[in-house]
Design a protein around this ligand. Structure first.
Ligand code: SF4
Length: 356
């Protein structure tokens, strides 16, 4: 079958059923497409929409984003997870400001040299905003292609990934009016998101059903192959809600890179002995009475974190070394008040639950 036939069917389907009212489709500037693509990595459209709208209202263009404090950027990302995406987005905005006179570049080579932009994100920006014929390979597109060609390997393997790129390129339409290149990219994403879904592909509604090899084989969900199973490890941590006599709690800025890097979190320890050692080094007062609060589990993609929070009785604190409290990486926070730095989602939830 000539490649254009695949594309024609997908485009025809898009004209009737594709999504055309997503917020980033309204004014698809390179900046807006870029922000949406980064947010949509590992996150569903319905979750992204309110974050995207607030983010774009606060940082309406690449220069505003580049000039913003990292704390402020993370604040608007808090809850979306995978914070390295926000740090990279911010860094890349500064690269655009400093190296491209504030203009987002329109070549694959230049885009993929910016922090956090891989080939698929660059392809999406180039096709959706610049109307260039460029393939993309996000999770949805990988699934459609793997099923259509009955490709059984796991896309995380580089050989499978390479094969998928070749297939994506082979189906790419050429010689279309410019905006149709954007439509084709959107169509492939939409087909994966709304028809060829992970668990229940609606093959009867699919424009590719006539020659889909996965469907022909009788079990389309077997494609692509899944990641070899690995049990996610459990980790344990103790979080200290150290409360001063003003009923403020101590927050510390988490080092980047790392879990919650750049966000403000509660001091964390492996155990009470480590907590006491940290406290004794820092404060002159005896360690305060503590109350054990109900623990909770926060699941990351690669481990489960069991959190045991402890709340201290309010007390005044005088740091041993005056300089310590003036560092930029710790502050006293009035729970419930507006906070201009980012808080990790479970810490935010904890504050809501305990009413200090
Ligand atoms: S026919 Fe079914 S499995 Fe094949 S691409 Fe369409 S929805 Fe996916």
């Amino acid at each position: 079958m000539p490649p254009s036939t695949f594309a024609n069917r997908v485009l025809h389907w898009f004209d009737q059923h594709g999504r055309k009212d997503l917020p980033w489709q309204q004014t698809p500037t390179p900046y807006r497409v870029w922000v949406s693509e980064i947010m949509l990595q590992q996150t569903q459209v319905s979750t992204v929409i309110p974050y995207y709208q607030e983010f774009i209202t606060t940082f309406p263009d690449v220069i505003t984003l580049a000039n913003a404090e990292q704390d402020r950027v993370l604040q608007y990302w808090a809850g979306l997870g995978y914070y390295s995406r926000a740090r990279n987005l911010h860094k890349a905005a500064q690269q655009v400001r400093d190296n491209f006179q504030g203009v987002i570049p329109d070549t694959l080579d230049a885009l993929t040299r910016l922090s956090g932009i891989g080939r698929s994100t660059a392809g999406a920006i180039l096709s959706l905003a610049f109307h260039q014929p460029q393939p993309i390979l996000d999770g949805n597109v990988k699934r459609v292609l793997a099923r259509y060609h009955a490709l059984s390997g796991w896309p995380g393997k580089s050989a499978v990934q390479k094969h998928l790129w070749t297939l994506a390129e082979s189906h790419l339409p050429t010689g279309l009016p410019a905006p149709r290149h954007a439509d084709y990219t959107q169509a492939m994403m939409d087909l994966g998101a709304t028809v060829c879904t992970r668990n229940k592909p609606a093959c009867l509604l699919c424009p590719l059903q006539a020659d889909c090899q996965g469907l022909k084989a009788g079990n389309p969900t077997a494609y692509p192959g899944s990641k070899p199973r690995k049990k996610i490890p459990d980790k344990h941590t103790l979080m200290l809600l150290l409360m001063n006599d003003k009923r403020q709690v101590l927050l510390q800025k988490r080092p980047a890179p790392g879990i919650w890097g750049g966000l403000w979190s509660l001091p964390q320890f492996e155990n009470m002995t480590a907590c006491h050692a940290w406290y004794t080094q820092r404060y002159t007062e005896p360690f305060p009475d503590t109350e054990e609060l109900p623990g909770f589990i926060h699941t990351f993609s690669h481990f489960r974190l069991h959190v045991q929070p402890f709340l201290t009785a309010p007390a005044p604190y005088s740091p041993k070394d005056k300089g310590v409290m003036e560092e930029n990486d710790s502050l006293w926070y009035n729970s419930g008040t507006h906070f201009t730095g980012g808080l990790p989602a479970p810490v935010k939830k904890l504050f809501k639950r305990i009413q200090l």
